[in-house]
Design a protein around this ligand. Sequence first.
Ligand code: SF4
Ligand code: SF4
Ligand code: FES
Length: 248
Amino acid sequence: MGYKARFRVWRGDDADGDLHDYTVEVNEGEVVLDVIHRLQATQAPDLAVRWNCKAGKCGSCSAEINGRPRLLCMTRMSTFTEAEIVTVTPMRTFPVIRDLVTDVSYNYQKAREVPAFRPPEDLAPGEYRMQQIDVQRSQEFRKCIECFLCQNTCHVVRDHEDNKTNFSGPRFLMRIAELDMHPLDTHDNRAQEAKEDHGLGFCNITKCCTEVCPEHIKITDNALIPLKERVADRSYDPLMRLFRKPKK
Ligand code: SF4
Ligand code: SF4
Ligand code: FES
């Protein structure tokens, strides 16, 4: 059964903008992105929104709905009561290009700063062999759709723009953790680099990143905390230090 919903949508760019009110039709089974598309079709043809798959897989339609970071295409209208005003705003942590579209290039920059997987030199692709348990461990992290909702939510950069230079954010610390756990990766100081070059120490394991991940990846428990433990092991464990000494 259809109804008329009240939407409040942020319109503008990085310099100026405000919330605009709309009343728009909603049909049974629809998601917020459907309603945004109906707004474009009927009342606001110039409303900018980024999307591609409408299936929760491309990571393009990230925004904030009633203040909560979410994918527009995976948020059902049945989440809200018919009387509720649904407020849609762009991700707060990144500069707004227009309306709901943000400039997420911070994330691409941080991605480039993580050294790529470095396999053993004597193995060709196709010759890699790993234990199933090692495959399973990284498979969780490979579910990432790069929506950057975790990056948007982490208070280290959300509330402190200056930290963007020194903090790579949960998505890329997770990538480093994944590579550090990879038995065939020969880049041997990833955990230390996470601390020194990617700001792992800024993370105080609040788990806010984990709460908003649409792929339900346990970013904090399975990636960030183990990475911190590896840094601590290698830096402070006297046995590990003894073990390392002959190598110096
Ligand atoms: S757990 Fe760490 S990375 Fe995740 S939101 Fe909290 S401070 Fe940021
Ligand atoms: S880890 Fe989750 S929240 Fe972060 S970018 Fe990947 S899918 Fe999105
Ligand atoms: S449109 Fe692809 S994740 Fe929403």
